[in-house]
Structure formats: C-alpha cells, structure tokens
Write a protein that binds this ligand. Structure first.
Ligand code: ZN
Length: 489
C-alpha cells in the first residue's frame, strides 16, 4: 500500500497525510443528487471527482465502503426551510406520484453514470427509506437540548449550539454575521433565530410527501438525511465526506452540528469539496447549469453546443482540471479534450505493438513514480495526465525508432497505461467496443479461432467469421501484426 497519500481537508484548510481510522477499511460518504430533473455537468463533476478518489483508494489497497445517497424528500426550493419540495413540485406539475418522479430520474441518473464509467457506490440509500432513523436522530438532538419544537416543527438551535461548539467550523462563517444577513422569509417566525434550520417540518395540507412523527405529520429537514445515513452505514465517525463546494454551507456545516449534537463527536476526519464549473470564466448559474443536460452533450442537441461530445470526452474534460479548481466550460475546451483523449488512447494501441530492445533510452520507472506522486498529491489528475502524455511521447518515439525500450520497461509502461488510464482515471476506448472487457475477451477468442483457420488455409471459415461480424457492424482488418477489430458507427 502506498502510504503517503495527502488529502486537502476543508476542515483544517490544509493538506494532511491520509490515515484512515481503521485501515485497510475506509468509509466514504458523498452527497448524491436530488432526483427531480436530468443530470447535468454539475452532477457529473462530483460524481467523477469522487469516482477518482474511490478508484485510487482501491488501487492502493484500501477496502472502501462508498455511500452516495439519493435525495428523494425534504429538499425544498432555494435550499431553504420554506417553499415547495423539489420532487413534490415536479410530481404536481406532471401529475405523477412523487416516487414515480424519483424512480424515473434515478434510472436516468444511473444510465448517465454508466455512460461516464462512474462506478456504482457500495450503498446508495434513499432519504425516504430512512424516515424512522431521522426521527430517532431528531429525538436525540432534542434530548441533548440543541433543538426546540414549535407548532409541530422541530428546529436546530444554532445559537445554543454555538455557545459550546463552533457553528462555522467548516465554512469559516461567523454566526453573528449569519444572523444579521439571513433574510426574514415567510414562515421564519416559527424560528427563535433566522440562522436555525429545520430538523422536522409539519406538512401543510398541500404537501403530499408526509410521515407521522411525535411532533406532527410532516417530513424531515434536508440536512438531516446525510447525518443519519452516514452514521447508519459508516458509523458515528468515518474517514471521508465529499460533495460540491455549493454544499459546504449550510448543508455540510449543519450536518456537523447535527452529528455533534446527537453523538457528541466530530463525524468526519477528512472533508473534501470539488469546485464549481464556470462558463467563460463566470460561475455557471443554476439556470444555465441546468440548461445543458448530459444527454444534450452526448447527442449534441442543444443550441449552446457546436457538436455532440461523447461521455469519455466529458469525463476526460473534467479530469483535466484538479477537483479543487474551477473548470471552465466552452466548446473549444471540450474539443481540445476530445483531441487529447484520442491521442492518449491511440498511444495505448501503439504500445501494444511495440517491440523491446536490450536497453531503454527513457527512465520508465521514474515515470511510474511521478504518476503515483501526482495522485498522492491530493488526487492531482491534471499533473497525472501530463505525465501520461510524456509516456505518449516516449511511445511514439519508440515507434518511430528514435528511442528504444527494454523488455522489463515495456511491461512497466504497459502497466502504467493499464493502471492509470483505465483503472484509475476510468477512461475507456469508445471506438473499440468501449473498453468492455467481456467484448474484448470474446473478440480475442473469435480472432484466435479465425487465425487458426487461416493457418490451416480454411478460408471458408475465416471469411464466414469476418462476414458474420460485419453484419453486426464489427469490422475486421488484417495487418502484418495480426487482425484488428473495431465497431463501425
Ligand atoms: Zn448531503
């Protein structure tokens, strides 16, 4: 295990050596989507950022339990304690059951994640499946004296909590400033203080998602689900909690307060936040961010897009920026990502055909070390990619006979590509069967059978294999080095 991974911890505001509480086990929780609409770039970025973390931790030997929730209740408009539930509103507008909305968009989210080659989390719990646990946590917070009940709703008492703890430990916000700047919204009169947040809300008559509780028929506050599901599946204290920077306040700040109030412990050792996507240097507003769905990117059917962009182009584009940097969206940036990815994958194919000599002209072991150093430095994917392009340069020089490589180094270089390009960055070759291992293995077997037929001069069989594959758009090309296959668009 490479035990020198450094992670930037939002809580301490510095990079720290990663030391999980119970190695080799790692608990990781990431806030998932609120499923009331199609996924867009703002969903792809955290999913891919933490997929990279998940993949790398496993690569260096950790056993990771990765929990990513589905928010299907309690997330009100404007992320505040008033207004309609996002899912219930969609259900009302489309005359559907809220759970139909949830199922429909969860399925579409999963499809998009598969297209982006984002691995499934170990557990994907839904907020609505944990109402009993949420009620239990509200009781614990009430018993500890950090919450109060008004008119059937329960609010977290931020002022009381802040007397003995720091509400602002994560975000750096100061409570006095929050109190003076928080707008007085409708319904706020139930709160003792505008900075307080809902743990349980009494349902208004028109509110269709509702459950019985000791206080009223109602629904849980949005922040509560993550404290509850994190605790349930990873324990009162776990290693990593991630999410987008837009969730840092109030969502994650409130999660800490709830968990500390209920369990008396800091819930998370390392807090990680991915940065936002900008458009021509400006923060991509919610309306514009939602204006281009991932589906639009893949089909190109959106007037802001000059062409379709494949899922792997989107994935590579996101990985070309460090997760804590802003990522500027433009057609030009995506087109250059598309070109770069093509070049990287083409070098991977060239690599398979390289022939070893007795000595190497480049230091391949050093290249491998640099790749690990980049990932150990807070998952620095852009630096990793720059080292992989150094590998591309070496591969092409060897092909052009300007450089040579030893047999041992050739195996190392192949392993660098296999490990970092495919296993860790999670890229796949969309042109040769999408990197689907089963398809690759099947085709290898079929091509071997065909090769044996050719050796025996059984051309009837070898031609039949070629023609039958052509019928399903798989094209065989015979070269000096052997047969290659590709899928025709
Ligand atoms: Zn959350």
């Amino acid at each position: 295990m490479q035990n020198k991974l450094n992670i930037y911890n939002t809580l301490s505001r510095k990079k720290e050596l990663f030391e999980p509480m119970n190695p080799p086990f790692v608990g990781m929780y990431v806030c998932g989507p609120t499923v009331y609409g199609d996924a867009h770039l703002g969903h792809a970025r955290p999913a891919i950022a933490f997929d990279l973390v998940f993949r790398y931790l496993q690569h260096i030997g950790y056993k990771v339990r990765y929990v990513r929730n589905i928010t299907d209740v309690g997330h009100l408009e404007n992320d505040a304690d008033e207004g309609e539930d996002k899912i219930a509103k969609k259900a009302r507008l489309e005359q559907l059951e809220p759970m139909e909305v949830v199922q429909y968009y969860t399925d579409r989210f999963h499809t998009n994640m598969n297209q982006l080659n984002v691995l499934s989390p170990s557990i994907e719990p839904r907020a609505s499946g944990h109402i009993i646990e949420q009620i239990e946590m509200v009781k614990k917070i009430l018993d500890a004296g950090y919450a109060y009940e008004t008119e059937g709703s329960v609010y977290f008492d931020v002022v009381k909590y802040n007397q003995s703890h720091n509400y602002g430990v994560l975000s750096g916000r100061v409570l006095e400033d929050l109190i003076t700047t928080t707008r007085e919204l409708e319904g706020q009169e139930e709160k003792q203080n505008p900075a307080d947040f809902a743990l349980w809300k009494k349902a208004q008559p028109e509110h269709i998602m509702r459950w019985p509780s000791p206080w009223s028929i109602g629904f849980p506050g949005w922040h509560l689900e993550c404290s509850v599901m994190g605790t349930k599946y990873l324990g009162e204290q776990f290693d990593i909690h991630g999410g987008g920077m837009d969730l840092l306040f109030p969502h994650h700040e409130s999660e800490i307060a709830q968990s500390v109030a209920a369990n008396g412990k800091q819930p998370v050792k390392y807090w990680m936040h991915n940065n936002m996507i900008t458009l021509n240097g400006k923060k991509m507003g919610k309306s514009l961010g939602n204006a281009i769905s991932l589906e639009d990117f893949f089909t190109g059917e959106n007037k802001l897009l000059q062409q379709p962009y494949s899922p792997m182009t989107i994935r590579f584009f996101i990985l070309q920026a460090h997760y804590r940097s802003t990522l500027d969206f433009s057609n030009e940036a995506l087109q250059s990502a598309e070109k770069g990815l093509k070049k990287l994958l083409a070098a991977g194919h060239t690599l398979d055909k390289l022939v070893a000599s007795d000595k190497s002209t480049s230091n391949i072991k050093e290249l491998r070390d640099k790749c690990y150093e980049a990932m150990n430095d807070d998952f620095n994917s852009p630096v990793l990619i720059s080292h992989l392009f150094e590998g591309v340069r070496i591969i092409n020089s060897i092909k052009d006979k300007k450089e040579t490589i030893s047999a041992e180094d050739l195996e190392i270089l192949k392993k660098i590509f296999h490990d970092f390009v495919f296993d860790i960055l999670g890229l796949r070759d969309e042109e040769t069967g999408g990197g689907n291992e089963l398809a690759d293995d099947l085709m290898k077997t079929i091509l071997e059978i065909r090769q044996q037929a050719r050796v025996k001069k059984d051309f009837a069989t070898s031609d039949k294999i070629r023609d039958e594959l052509a019928k399903i758009n798989i094209i065989i090309k015979d070269t000096k080095e052997g047969s290659e296959w590709s899928i025709e668009e």
